[in-house]
Design a protein around this ligand. Structure first.
Ligand code: AMP
Length: 419
């Protein structure tokens, strides 16, 4: 038997309600802030991700789904969407149409990671990008929007971690300091960190290896070596968050796994979902647009993983949505009436009612059971002597009350219900 690929998941009908609820909440929140939805293709030229995310990152060096298509082009399924949004921004000259582009997306992403709880190979993200302004208010707005969405779901055990990576000039100087510090301990580093020492030294802060963690405890921190402008930017972001009473902690070791960040980076962590605890992450990327061939344009954004958010909701016993309800279930007493009730159901649906009938030749009892299971508000019973006398029965399922009404009045149900 063919099964779904490891690390991918079917979203079955009994789960979809939560997804739809969440997506609706996101769209609502985006409307409050006037962000517009953008959809980009599922695959892009590989170079887009290699150039933006960075060759030495985990995503590009070992996690991308990359293949050569029949036209000999190297294609990659998108592992994240900021690069695609920026590509679309440049390609369609969105910056010329609007000074500030406020965009959001809801989309599947693909990374060939080792599958484990909270880590899938096809997962889904919502993401927000504000492209066109370096205003620190927007850095804060990303954190505020992300936090508000999680808060509206009722999630409790959240912590917001923020940091600043400054600008490349101060970062390059700092990297020399860090290299100088780590040089002495190079032989004690894990193999991965030895590699990162040469390719992406900041990422050693992300190491889960106990010895690396010990060594990094006394390492110099980038936050203590920022230039004045970067410090000012960071302070402005912080003061907006503080004024709005958004709880946050400064985490000077938060470097994040993508190369394109400048200034603010942030993550929101949940302690309800085990070790893969980041619900969302983001930051400012003022050099990315230029790096991908556009006019120099600042930008900031974040992405949040839907599966992890829904898992946190489940673990915190949230999202107990009321069961789906249908308006009317039509029961037929005789099999021969099927065509007749099918026609009636069609016309009632045209009037905007949700209708279900039996397609499986089930007994009257079984049809009634089904009507209960589907939480039908009303049942219409068609057949028997009543039908011969041109009457139907309407049963109110909440109080069991039954009414006889003339078949000619079937399309005036509202009056009959309110009589
Ligand atoms: P990133 O693009 O790596 O910053 O990830 C942003 C968010 O997407 C994370 O905080 C997670 O919630 C989610 N995410 C990232 N990778 C995965 C994955 N492999 N499986 C499920 N969710 C993920």
């Amino acid at each position: 038997m063919i099964k779904a690929i490891t690390g991918t998941k079917d979203i079955l009908p009994d789960e979809i309600q939560k997804w739809l609820f969440f997506e609706k909440l996101v769209r609502e929140e985006m409307a409050f802030y006037n962000y517009q939805e953008i959809r980009t293709p599922v695959f892009e030229e590989t170079a887009l991700f290699a150039r933006s995310i960075g060759e030495a990152t985990d995503i590009v060096s070992k996690e991308m789904y990359t293949f050569i298509d029949r036209s000999e082009v190297s294609i990659t399924l998108k592992p994240e969407m900021t690069a695609s949004v920026v590509r679309a921004f440049i390609e369609h000259s969105l910056g010329k149409k609007q000074g500030l582009n406020k965009l959001f997306y809801i989309s599947p992403m693909f990374r060939q990671e080792r599958p484990q709880a909270g880590r899938l190979r096809q997962f889904h993200q919502i993401g927000v990008e504000a492209i066109g302004s370096a205003n620190p208010v927007l850095d804060a707005e990303m954190i505020i929007i992300a936090f508000k969405i999680l808060e509206r779901l009722g999630l409790k055990n959240l912590s917001v971690k923020i940091n600043s990576l400054g600008i490349p000039e101060s970062r390059e100087k700092y990297k020399l300091l860090l290299a100088n510090y780590l040089q002495k301990y190079f032989e004690e580093l894990s193999d991965d960190s030895k590699k990162r020492f040469h390719t992406n030294i900041l990422r050693i802060f992300d190491s889960k290896d106990e010895r690396d963690i010990q060594l990094m405890k006394n390492a110099p921190l980038l936050l203590e070596h920022l230039d004045n402008n970067s410090l000012l930017h960071f302070e402005q972001v912080r003061s907006i968050l503080t004024n709005l009473k958004l709880p946050y902690e400064i985490e000077p070791k938060l470097v994040r796994g993508l190369d394109y960040y400048t200034h603010t980076t942030f993550e929101i962590i949940s302690n309800s979902i085990g070790s893969q605890s980041a619900l969302c992450g983001g930051g400012r990327y003022d050099l990315l647009i230029e790096q991908l061939g556009g006019e120099p344009t600042p930008g900031v954004g974040f992405a949040a993983g839907i599966e992890r958010i829904l898992l946190a909701c489940e673990n915190e016993k949230l999202l107990n949505l009321s069961p789906k309800i249908i308006d009317i279930y039509i029961i037929r007493l005789e099999k021969e009436l099927f065509t007749k009730i099918y026609e009636i159901s069609h016309q009632l649906r045209e009037q905007g009612l949700s209708i279900e009938i039996d397609y499986l030749d089930r007994s009257v009892k079984a049809q009634m059971r089904e009507a209960n299971k589907l939480n039908a508000k009303y049942v219409i019973i068609i057949g028997g002597n009543e039908y011969k006398n041109n009457n139907f029965i309407l049963k109110n399922m909440s109080n069991g009350e039954e009414k006889l009404f003339s078949a000619d009045k079937i399309f005036e149900l509202e009056n009959i219900i309110n009589e």
